[in-house]
Design a binder for this molecule. Structure first.
Ligand code: SF4
Ligand code: SF4
Length: 317
């Protein structure tokens, strides 16, 4: 994959306005690289980047937005999002549903973003993208990451005099905190991407990924009201936390998905379930053994009959 293609892939994970990677400056930046940029209500393009865009929402984005709006996850999903596939994989997710009249984010007004303090990760990143050298983003090491600028013609923020570093910009935008909240989920998507389509993912697994990623209320019901707790060992402290705390539940969902989709460690199945499974396999093996024995005996009887018939034939001659 060329550098440009890679940058294009990384940059349009969260937010994209244009598929042309020429908007992305190929220069690799680090946390201490200088950045001359500012976005404020005085720029002539104010809110331009809140139109004609694709904004992918992470589970944490959905959680804070729906809490801010005081609605349930499924209401938020229905009213403000539409389905999409994540990062050119078959992993289902959601993006913000733009308005029909103006092709705009439903949260933008001429005065700016009405959910600014809780705006999605994508809006915090823009226009500084981040890429990770490490396959699947499985390493937190700073040296594995680099940054790049997405410079679109309509964005006049680069003409503003304010100078700072990438690190200061990210801190100002609250990106580091979002990265921390999103990283386990992003790893699931990146892992899926690196496996490619040759590794199949069942529809049930995709449905579970979608539910856990978009609707924590339903995921909580799944944990507490299905046979989940009969199957998995979940200690009382964790159970208490995931009953009450949405962020704890979200992290638990990531561990569960990593375990069920990719066999990662972090979830333990109850011993009695393992024993029952072993018994079931053993019973199936016993059954196969009995069947093989039966087949052998029938075969042997047929062969003996044939031998006897041949011997009787010879005697008669
Ligand atoms: S959430 Fe806010 S910042 Fe992000 S696109 Fe919508 S209006 Fe713009
Ligand atoms: S286009 Fe650039 S400067 Fe204009 S509002 Fe968006 S981020 Fe700010």
């Amino acid at each position: 994959m060329s550098e440009d293609e890679r940058l294009d892939q990384e940059s349009d994970f969260f937010k994209s306005t244009d598929k042309n990677p020429s908007n992305i400056l190929p220069e690799k930046l680090v946390l201490d690289s200088p950045l001359q940029f500012e976005c404020h209500p005085g720029v002539p393009c104010f809110t331009a980047c809140c139109h004609n865009i694709k904004i992918i929402l992470t589970p944490f984005d959905i959680l804070v937005l729906r809490q801010r709006l005081g609605i349930q996850a499924h209401e938020f999903i229905t009213l403000y999002t539409e389905p999409t596939y994540l990062e050119k994989t078959d992993m289902p997710g959601v993006q913000i549903k733009l308005t029909e009249e103006k092709n705009a984010c439903p949260f933008v007004t001429p005065e700016g973003c009405t959910v600014y303090e809780d705006r999605p990760t994508a809006c915090r990143y823009y226009p500084v993208g981040m890429a990770d050298f490490h396959e699947g983003g499985t390493n937190d090491a700073e040296e594995d990451k680099f940054f790049f600028l997405v410079k679109e013609p309509h964005c006049k923020g680069f003409e503003e005099p304010k100078k700072w570093t990438i690190r200061e910009w990210r801190l100002d935008q609250g990106v580091d905190e979002r990265d921390e909240m999103n990283k386990e989920w992003l790893r699931l998507v990146m892992r899926r991407k690196s496996y490619g389509f040759q590794a199949t993912l069942s529809d049930a697994a995709k449905r579970m990924f979608f539910m856990a990623s978009t609707d924590l209320d339903s995921f909580r019901r799944f944990i507490l009201e299905s046979s989940f707790l009969d199957t998995y060992e979940v200690d009382e402290e964790t159970l208490g936390k995931i009953k009450e705390d949405d962020v704890e539940l979200m992290h638990f969902s990531f561990a569960y998905l990593a375990n069920t989709l990719f066999g990662a460690e972090g979830m333990s199945i109850r011993q009695e379930k393992i024993d029952a499974k072993v018994e079931e396999i053993k019973a199936r093996q016993d059954e196969s053994l009995k069947k093989a024995e039966q087949d052998y005996l029938e075969l042997k009887a047929a062969r003996d009959r044939l031998t006897k018939e041949q011997e009787d034939g010879k005697k008669a001659e």
